[in-house]
Design a protein around this ligand. Structure first.
Ligand code: FES
Ligand SMILES: [Fe+2]
Length: 476
């Protein structure tokens, strides 16, 4: 092991040249890696996906041609369950926000005790958007244009000069509802009133999250980043760990992307997938060059854990055990939550989930993130990526106030906003590919304008394409 390894080499492309030609003969997937090391395997990781998606890569025209945008709006955004906000965004009765997806806008209201309601965000008089870009509050939704007023259940309550609108009854001119339900502290909507219940769209996810309840979390950091890329290729960049070698080389000493396990589930109603990547297991590409102790030091630095004393971290097993113990201590001190007895996997590794069309919750404490993607306006060329850091909340503890949402425009980066910290830094690395992917799709020879997808590393993208093709009713 080389303790004086030059870390800068992991942050540049010359390193990639150095590993060119490397092949792995025996690279175990995540659960096999845990099994070989004799470490506890959490039940969620042991339960492997049951679905093998087809290999029908989506042609680039679906990412580029504006003619597909209205079709996506009709067949996906007006038909599918999607996350509109978190419950903590609207903590008090009367609080409300707008959820915008493409050109659509919905009004999400905390309408009663443990009750949330959602409506088309459009006044029944002359259509003014009722809730704007800032959160609002109060016991009446009053239109800023001519003061038509609706109660929290969307019922028309007052019309100025009502005598001039003899047909404007509450029966006929209340707000138009959409379906609204919650899971894991997320408020979901579905504009299709005939759609099957939310539980059907979540598939196996709730049972896997039963021991990591997302409702017992609060938003500790919040970013919305505008990106010049189609929403589909935006989210695809987060469905695989294959890009780590060149996009996140500085993460390789502490995250073993080459051990990533991918799983897909699909019962015809829910398209759900997951990847798991171990932490403190140097990536296969830097195997033999990064000692477990160095990986542990770097991990502790990145996660704000106390550096280990002499004699700790000499093996991968001990490095993982140390990081897990310190993670328990940090949560006990900072959040009053006791994770004693939880597996190392739960405490330090990355367990990233995805449910079609665009929601990514994360299981465990390794990286307790949350992503969501939405198209922006009617352009196929722009989307918004929303990222939250969800920290655990002790039972009965008051919810910390919602942090400011850091809105990052197209031409700005996470590093322009120091409060985004590590999340912003990693996001910047991913963003460097985005616009170029979109431009590259436009630059492709039309004869070959579709991707080729790896059998395991990119199987979740195959699954996403399969779900998209089905939702859109496309024959390829
Ligand atoms: S458009 Fe809302 S009151 Fe006129
Ligand atoms: Fe990435």
């Amino acid at each position: 092991m080389n303790e004086t390894v030059d870390l800068t080499k992991y942050g540049n492309r010359s390193y990639v040249r150095a590993v060119m030609g490397t092949q792995f003969d025996d690279m175990p997937q995540y659960v096999d890696f845990l099994r070989r090391s004799g470490e506890e395997i959490p039940q969620t990781a042991a339960e492997r996906g049951t679905h093998r998606p087809e290999n029908k890569p989506l042609p680039y025209e679906y990412y580029l041609d504006p003619k597909y945008v209205p079709e996506e709006i009709e067949k996906i955004w007006k038909k599918k369950w999607q996350v509109a906000c978190r419950e903590e965004d609207i903590p008090n009765i009367g609080d409300r926000v707008a959820y915008d997806v493409g050109p659509l806008s919905f009004l999400i209201i905390h309408s009663g005790e443990n009750e949330y309601s959602a409506f088309w965000n459009s006044c029944r008089h002359r259509a003014r958007r009722l809730c704007g870009d800032k959160p609002e509050s109060g016991d009446m939704v009053q239109c800023p244009f001519h003061a038509w007023s609706y109660d929290l259940k969307g019922r028309l309550a007052w019309v100025p000069r009502h005598e001039e609108f003899p047909s404007a009854t509450a029966e006929l001119f209340s707000l138009r509802p959409v379906q609204c339900d919650t899971w894991g502290g997320n408020v979901f909507i579905n504009p299709d009133l005939d759609a099957e219940p939310l539980a059907d769209a979540l598939g196996v996810m709730p049972q896997h999250f039963a021991d990591c309840p997302q409702e017992d979390r609060y938003t500790a950091a919040w970013i919305k980043k505008k990106v010049k890329i189609n929403w589909k290729s935006g989210l695809e960049a987060f469905l695989e760990g294959y890009h780590v070698l060149t996009t996140h080389p500085s993460g390789m000493p502490i995250f073993g992307s080459t051990y990533t396990q991918t799983d897909c589930w699909d019962d015809g109603k829910a398209s759900v997938s997951r990847l798991i990547t171990p932490a403190l297991v140097p990536d296969g590409w830097v195997q033999g060059e990064v000692s477990p102790r160095l990986a542990l030091d770097l991990f502790c630095n990145t996660y704000g854990l106390p550096l280990p004393p002499e004699g700790r971290g000499d093996t991968v097993a001990d490095a993982r055990a140390y990081a897990a113990d310190k993670t328990i201590e940090i949560h006990r001190e900072q959040n009053g939550v006791d994770f004693t007895g939880r597996s190392i996997s739960y405490l330090v590794d990355m367990h990233q989930w995805y449910a079609f069309p665009a929601h990514f919750p994360w299981w465990g404490e390794g990286l307790s993130w949350w992503y969501n993607f939405t198209p922006l306006g009617e352009s196929p060329d722009e989307c918004v990526m929303e990222i939250r850091w969800l920290r655990p909340l002790a039972k009965g503890a008051p919810r910390p106030p919602l942090p400011r949402c850091v809105e990052i425009d197209f031409d700005k980066q996470g590093r322009d906003f120091p409060e985004t910290g590590q999340v912003g830094f990693i996001m910047d690395e991913d963003m460097e590919n985005m616009e170029e992917v979109h431009r590259g799709m436009k630059a492709a020879d039309p004869q070959v304008a579709r991707p080729i997808l790896a059998t395991e590393q990119e199987i979740r993208i195959r699954h996403f394409h399969e779900a998209y093709i089905k939702a859109m009713g496309i024959t390829l």
